[in-house]
Design a protein around this ligand. Sequence first.
Ligand code: N01
Length: 862
Amino acid sequence: MTNRDVDAVIVGAGFSGLYATHRLRNVQGLTVQCFEAAEGPGGVWYWNKYPGARCDFESIYYSYTFDEALQREWRWTERFAAQPEILAYLNHVADRFDLRRSFRFNTRVTSAVWNEETNRWTVRSDDGSVTTARFFINAAGAFSVFKKNDFPGQDDFHGTVLHTSQWPAEGVDLAGKRVAVIGTGSTGIQVIQTIAPQVGELTVFQRTPNFACPLGNRPLTDEDFAQAVADFSRNRQESRNSIAGAPYPRAVRSALMDTPEERRKVYDEFYNGGGFRMITSSYYDLIFNPVANATAADFIREQIRERVHDPKLAELLCPNDHPYGVKRATFEINYFEAFNLPHVHLVDARTTPIVRITEKGIATTDHEYEFDVIVLATGFDVGAGALARMGVIGRGGRKLTDHWAHGQRAYLGMATHGFPNLFHINGPQSAAALFNNPLAIEDSVDFVGNLIGYLDSHGHTTAEVTDLAEDRYNELVREVADATLFPTATTWYMGDNIPGKPRTPLSLFTGAPMYRAICAEVETTGYAGFSFDGENRPLSSLIKLDGSAVFFLAGLQNMGAKPLEDCTLEEARAAMESFKLMQLPVADDVSIVDARYPIDGGHRKVRLYRPPIEGPLPVVVFYHGGGWIGGSLDLYDEPCATLARRVGAVVVSPDYRLAPEHPFPAATDDTVAAVRWAADHITEFGGDPERIAVAGESAGANLAAVVALRLRDEGGPQLRAQVLITPPVDFLADTESRRQFAHGPIISMELAMRMASLYLGDPANAVSPHASPARAEDLSGLPPALVVTMEIDPTRDEAENYAQALATAGVPTVCRRIDRLCHTAFELSGAIPRAAEIHTAIAEFLTPLLSAQRAATEPALG
Ligand code: N01
């Protein structure tokens, strides 16, 4: 066999390998050598020829989008195509784009070694050839290694044992036979429902019952197809912006917002709607809120009980040890009805586990069953199992298997530290598990293709993810998983369906739009997290961000929430209020009363929060955020009640006039008036007027800083302290953080500027110290300050500069930067658990300053 030197070696001829070959060879003009162990193209769709194998994503979505003509010319015959049709499609693609000539079929890669002298991969294959290449592309897929049989005794069996992914191409005659199926995942369900009517006796060994929902398959009519063709470009666009990568209706409500009757209607519609709609389109909180999830789980169990005649059997088929959706959603066609057939039996392999395969069949802990055929539908060593078996050795002689000894990890699911110029397509920790695979594959290949283009156009030789980036991304994947219910079950999603395999989430569980946004940010920041010829690029914002915040932002994207920049004033106000849904419950031992404070001859509302503590308490007057144009007392109920408990203070939260209806300086007049009212009236509410601090978040923090200035200059009352959480303090600031986080998250500079201009009215007001306190000539004599900043926030640097200026002016100042959090984390306590760190910082700062002892020994500062 001739040895070759090429630009790229590609392994695999499934959806990934075929598109990678087209993109790198036909579009980018690289030379490629591709390997495939099978005799032809198809990947999983080549190997999985078991009876009933079928895609559970609609085929008009589960297909390539890179070529308009291809989309139009391939006429799918069913809504959910069966394996032979998908295999035919992939063969058609191979021919249409002339891909076969780049492949060596029936050939396995046996080793791939990085040569540090030549900066090339040396790839050996079992046909004896040696190929050298700049790039090594792992397109072997996540499901190419099937799970090793757990059961001893397979060789003793006198009948046939078949794994579903090794099904003979010529088929197996099961008519009249005694057949066992082990496993009731996506595959087992398809096999069982398909062979049940054909076989003599069917015995299903079920360890974990499944929340299977109807697939909803039917022939694709000419009308359906014409419609699909007409909608292709819109659908593809919409798909990439939707959680699962298909244009399904978006879930925009919590399951807990609806009555049981309303929920039933929703579940009825989506249960019967087919495909992934039940999980992606009904309610947005099924995947992270156990109470919401239980409503869907109950509904599905009810359907099972209605469909299976024998109540005991129905109960056995009802999943009850994991939430709905945390194991990969499964779909069925009359699966449950199969168990109504007299020759179909169910063995509960959890209470009576399988012990071994015997000469005659299968022995469990209480019985030996006799069979002619045993079908193993026991799943796969999911992830980059195939690559791990290829003897991959990277820089410094490091084996990939050693690198992954504690779990498979890959930056963006595409790159591994220590393995330069090796790229995975939909590798471990990509978002592919919840993302329409052909689209995910196109995105991943395009990213790699662009990265190779970037390398070449910038004269670089190698690209490798940095150690830091790989670690941080792995941590992000774990943090996102922890924000969901996925870790509550043992699954291939969590990497632990194989005994002994380390538990690592194998997917980023954000849904497609956030994963795509992360990749886009990496790309537009010059491949953040990569190292080019040893020169490291820093991490990008979304990768640094706490996983719970990323998951929250992903939720907004999945719902199709309008970016605040695109909202009208009313929409922006409503969007801000909706954050209330993302808060912990308000502490119920904090008493809340409303009162009124006078301003300009009228009155405004003020809300007081008192914790269950005896005696006159210190007072914190807290100003809510909302960009001076929105926010409300209601929105800040939870942060204020928590603050009251954590500090042991009466928290006074005044309403103030908002822009643009009431531009600057209306809000500052109101906030000053509110403190004065508190000083005069707080004893009526159990507060101590001698111990008052002001605090605020975001725009409210700006107002708190201004209040401190004005009270100093306008005759008090004296304040004990000021707490400024993410304060914008200079409308004209030109800082690194404003540039670095110009696009957010949450607050972009475009939005900040728009809100600022509504608030300021006349732009000349920007220089007033009552709008931009950082511009005050003298900061001395102000009360002690706590400035809390978030690492990933455009206001970070101006706030930290202000803290520095306060300290320079002699004001006792503490500046706390909370790493990896973003603007507005303070009011997202339910979504971002680390918001509690802000309260901790405030309590640590305020408790000594507001203590009664301090009042007895020294006068309040200020
Ligand atoms: O594998 P699985 P799969 N004793 O791991 C059971 C894709 N797919 O081949 O849950 C007894 O999901 C195991 O039980 P438990 C899809 O992504 C797609 O079905 O571990 N039972 C489980 O019931 C899917 O997720 C399509 O307790 C044992 C089953 O075997 C992925 O492939 C179609 C056992 C394995 O389920 C894998 O699905 C088919 C033991 N020792 C598959 N070991 C499409 O439609 C395992 N089990 C696109």
